[in-house]
Ligand binder design. Structure first.
Ligand SMILES: [Zn+2]
Ligand SMILES: [Zn+2]
Ligand SMILES: [Zn+2]
Length: 218
């Protein structure tokens, strides 16, 4: 039987992903909340095919704004209240909801991408450069427009302005685990130019728009 989503109580979709080094992993996804339930605490090691599968799933939802999560989220197993948890991984701020009894955690797709280093926040200098080229970007978390000359996070959901690290995605798809030198990451100016070249009239979404550009090669 499908589990009820902690965010909206609708039945979640169970999908099987490849797991490293061997075997598979069943994850429960809510496509309305755009979030995943993980049974175990450890973050799964997804195979390149699994990464590709997840990206296709996320790309398919790019026109849809995620449903805002409810004020009280409940564990799929014990129905206890999930605790909002803040973590810092290197320089990335992570937010997720965990069961205090240890049954698992609930995390949005965007937060999962951050956790895997596929998405990172933009530095102030990068934001200033982007602001010179474009007035607004679309919040990758809630879809609201963000005036990047003035704000370094979304006024509505407080998500930091984030960008897809295309190189990190490519490396994962190639099955490479090794972390590159930091400066080898994505060039935000080039990404913005590519997104504006595709759709000059819309505030660009530096995560989902970038994923969509990349999806032609998935
Ligand atoms: Zn949901
Ligand atoms: Zn629980
Ligand atoms: Zn937002």
């Amino acid at each position: 039987m499908a589990r009820a989503c902690p965010g909206c109580a609708a039945p979640m979709k169970r999908e099987t992903f490849g797991r490293k080094p061997l075997g598979t992993l069943d994850l429960d996804l809510c496509l309305d909340c755009q979030a995943i339930w993980f049974d175990a605490f450890e973050s799964p090691q997804l195979t390149p095919n699994a990464v590709q599968q997840l990206f296709r799933e996320i790309d398919g939802l790019r026109a849809r704004t995620p449903r805002p999560l409810g004020a009280v989220l409940r564990c799929v197993t014990c129905h206890g209240r999930l605790a909002l948890t803040h973590d810092i991984q290197r320089t990335n701020r992570l937010v997720y909801y965990r069961c205090p009894e240890g049954h698992g955690r609930f995390t949005t797709f965007l937060q999962f991408l951050r956790e895997k280093d596929f998405v990172r926040s933009l530095a102030p200098a990068e934001l200033r450069r982007l602001a010179a080229a474009v007035g607004q970007v679309r919040c990758s978390s809630c879809g609201a427009p963000v005036d990047i000359a003035r704000d370094d996070e979304c006024r509505y959901c407080h998500a930091p302005i984030s960008i897809l690290d295309v190189d990190a995605v490519r490396r994962a798809l190639d099955g490479l685990d090794q972390k590159p030198p930091r400066e080898a990451g994505v060039d935000p100016d080039a990404m913005l130019a590519a997104l504006l070249g595709e759709r000059p009239d819309e505030p660009p979404d530096l995560v989902h728009g970038a994923l969509h550009l990349l999806s032609r090669h998935l």
